[in-house]
Design a protein around this ligand. Structure first.
Ligand code: HEM
Length: 522
C-alpha cells in the first residue's frame, strides 16, 4: 500500500515531498557549523512542520487498536436452511463465497498507547468489502452494553475517562455514574469478572450487541443479532495475571495478533446469528431491542452463517488501522436497522466523528474506499485527491439528473423492506427494563473462580468510595442475587478495615551516585 512497486529491491534516492533530492539529512543549513540557523531553511521546515502534524485526533473512544486483513467465507445457509429465506444480502448467498474484510480490535477508555491489559470492553469492528459496497459490523467482545439510550453515551464515557482534575481514572467517578444507571448491571457483572480482561484479541468473542434486521427478496424482515466465536477458544485473565503481563509488555494483544499472522497461524472466527420474528415479543421478560440483554439461546439458537480468517497484517498501521473508519450506518441491501434507538443514536456518531477525526474525504482513503465502483457527485473538500467518475463520464456533469452524462439512479428496488412505524413523540424509558434478571443469572452461571474474581474486583473498586455510591450499588447487587449482594458487601467491609490513612511509601530507591564527572572548581 505504501510502497512504490517500481522501487522495490533498490534503495531510491531520498527526496522531499516536492521531489527534490536530499543531499544531507544529518545537518541543518547553518551559518558556520555552530549555527545560527536561517529561516529560509525549506528542507528543515518542511520536515519538522510535517512531523508536527503527524497526529490526527485519536478516536474519542477505542483509541488503542490493532488491525488485520482477511476474508469472510459464507456457508450459504442459516444453520440448515437456505439463507435466502431471511436475507438477500449477496455476500451470504452462496456456499464458499469470499468477501475481503479488514478488522480492528480495540480497548475503549484510554489513549492510543495505553496498556492492553486493562479492564475494559474490547472493540471488534469488521469492514466487509462486498460487491454491493461496504458493510461495517461495529461490535464488542461482550454481548451487552452499559446503556440503552445513546443520549447517555457522553456521560458514560466521561465517567470512565480520567478525571478532569487529576487526569487519573477514578472508580468513584465510574460508580457514581453507575449508581444512577441500573441498566448497566449486566455489563458491570461481566466487566468486573475475568471476561473484562480478554487474554488476547485472538481468544475473544465478538458481538454486534445491538439488534439489526435482515430482509429477504420479498421484503420480509426479521430481527437479528450477530455473534463471532473464536476457533482458537476463549481465554480471559485474572487481575493478577493481567498485572503480571502488564509489568513486562503493555502491547501484548497487538503483538499476539501480529505475530500469529506473521507465522501463518491465522486466527478464525465463526459467525453466528440469532433470529427473532420482527415484533415486540410481549411473551419475553425483556425487550428484543434492549442492548443490555442477551437472547436466550434455547429459544433463539446460534445459527452458523460463515467463517472469517485473518491472514495479512497491515503494512502501515497509521494508513490502515488508524485511519480505518467503521460505522453502524454502513449496511448493504438485505441488511437493515431495527428500531433499536441506541443503534440509531450510534449511527449518527460514527461518520460525524470521522469527518472531524480523519477529514471530510475519509471515504477516499484506500482502507475505507469500497472495492466496487463508486460514482457519487460528492466533490471537493479538504484532501480530496480524486473525483468519483467512471470511464467515459463527461467531467462537466457533477449533478443528477442530467441528459448529458453522469451516474444514473439504480433501478427501483424490488420489494423494499417497508416497516410501518407510528407512535407519539415522547421521551420515555422502555417498559420491560428488567435491569437485574440477566445480571443475576450471569452471576449464578459463572465458574467459582470467575465469581471469586468478580467479588474481589468489585469490592476493590468500591472500597473507600463515597458511602452513598456504595449503598446504591449494593442495593443493585442484592437485586441481582442475594448472594451477590452479600458477598460484595462483606468483601468491601473486609477491604475497608485494612485501608490505612498513612502516607504511601515513596517509589524507588535513593541513589548515592551523581550524573557526570565530579567537577572540581578551582
Ligand atoms: C468507536 C460512539 C456504543 C463499538 C466509537 C467512536 C465513537 C463511538 C464516536 C469513535 C469512532 C472513530 O473515531 O472512528 C458510540 C456511541 C455509542 C457507542 C455514541 C452509544 C450510543 C457502542 C457499542 C459498541 C461500540 C454498543 C459495541 C457494540 C465501537 C467500536 C469502536 C467504536 C468497536 C471502534 C471502531 C474502530 O475500531 O475504529 N464509538 N459508540 N460502540 N465503537 Fe462506539
Amino acid at each position: 500500500m505504501t510502497r512504490n512497486d517500481s522501487q522495490q529491491g533498490q534503495n531510491p534516492q531520498l527526496t522531499t515531498r516536492q521531489g527534490h533530492p536530499v543531499h544531507d539529512n544529518q545537518n541543518s543549513r547553518t551559518i558556520g557549523s555552530r549555527g545560527p540557523m536561517t529561516l529560509e531553511n525549506y528542507q528543515f521546515i518542511e520536515k519538522l512542520s510535517h512531523f508536527d502534524r503527524e497526529r490526527v485526533p485519536e478516536r474519542v473512544v477505542h483509541a488503542r487498536g490493532a488491525g488485520a486483513h482477511g476474508v469472510f467465507r459464507a456457508t450459504g445457509k442459516v444453520g440448515d436452511e437456505p439463507i435466502s429465506r431471511y436475507t438477500r444480502a449477496k455476500l451470504f448467498q452462496e456456499e464458499g463465497k469470499e468477501t475481503p474484510v479488514f478488522v480492528r480490535f480495540s480497548t475503549v477508555g484510554h489513549g492510543t498507547h495505553s496498556p492492553e491489559t486493562l479492564r475494559d470492553p474490547r472493540g471488534f469492528a469488521v469492514k466487509f468489502y462486498t460487491e454491493d459496497g461496504n458493510w461495517d459490523m461495529v461490535g464488542n467482545n461482550l454481548k451487552v452494553f452499559f446503556i440503552r439510550d445513546a443520549l447517555k453515551f457522553p456521560d458514560l464515557i466521561h465517567s470512565q475517562k480520567p478525571s478532569p482534575t487529576t487526569n487519573i481514572q477514578s472508580q468513584e467517578r465510574i460508580f457514581d455514574f453507575f449508581a444512577g444507571t441500573p441498566e448497566a448491571m449486566h455489563m458491570i457483572t461481566l466487566l468486573y469478572s475475568p471476561w473484562g480482561i480478554p487474554a488476547t484479541y485472538r481468544h475473544m468473542q465478538g458481538s454486534g450487541v445491538n439488534t439489526y434486521k435482515w430482509y429477504n427478496a420479498q421484503g420480509e424482515g426479521v430481527l437479528v443479532k450477530y455473534h463471532w466465536e473464536p476457533k482458537q477458544g476463549i481465554r480471559n485473565l485474572t487481575q493478577d495475571e493481567a498485572d503480571r503481563i502488564q509489568a513486562t509488555n503493555f502491547n501484548h494483544a497487538s503483538q499476539d495478533l501480529h505475530d500469529a499472522i506473521e507465522r501463518g497461524d491465522y486466527p478464525e472466527w465463526d459467525l453466528y446469528v440469532q433470529i427473532m420474528e420482527d415484533h415486540d415479543h410481549p411473551e419475553l421478560d425483556f425487550d428484543p431491542l434492549d442492548d443490555t440483554k442477551v437472547w436466550p439461546t434455547d429459544q433463539f439458537p446460534f445459527r452458523h452463517v460463515g467463517t472469517m480468517t485473518l491472514n495479512r497484517n497491515p503494512e502501515n498501521v497509521f494508513a490502515e488501522t488508524e485511519q480505518a473508519c467503521f460505522g453502524t450506518g454502513v449496511l448493504v441491501d438485505g441488511l437493515d436497522f431495527s428500531d433499536d434507538k441506541m443503534l440509531q443514536g450510534r449511527t449518527f456518531s460514527y461518520s460525524d466523528t470521522q469527518r472531524y477525526r480523519v477529514g471530510s474525504n475519509y471515504l477516499q482513503l484506500p482502507i475505507n474506499r469500497p472495492k466496487c465502483q463508486v460514482a457519487s457527485n460528492q466533490r471537493d473538500g479538504q484532501m480530496a485527491y480524486y473525483v468519483d467518475t467512471f470511464d467515459g463520464q463527461d467531467a462537466r456533469v457533477n449533478y443528477e439528473p442530467s441528459v448529458l452524462s453522469g451516474p444514473k439512479e439504480a433501478p427501483r428496488e424490488h420489494n423494499p423492506h417497508t416497516p410501518y412505524v407510528e407512535g407519539k413523540l415522547v421521551r420515555e424509558a422502555i417498559e420491560r427494563a428488567n435491569n437485574f434478571g440477566q445480571a443475576g443469572q450471569q452471576y449464578r452461571e459463572f465458574a467459582d473462580w470467575e465469581r471469586d474474581e468478580l467479588i474481589n474486583n468489585l469490592s476493590g473498586a468500591l472500597a473507600g468510595v463515597d458511602s452513598r455510591i456504595q449503598q446504591k450499588m449494593l442495593e443493585y447487587f442484592y437485586a441481582c442475587d442475594e448472594d451477590y449482594g452479600r458477598r460484595v458487601e462483606e468483601s468491601i467491609q473486609a477491604k475497608e478495615s485494612q485501608l490505612q490513612e498513612v502516607a504511601p511509601a515513596p517509589y524507588g530507591r535513593e541513589t548515592s551516585s551523581k550524573q557526570g564527572p565530579d567537577i572540581k572548581q578551582s
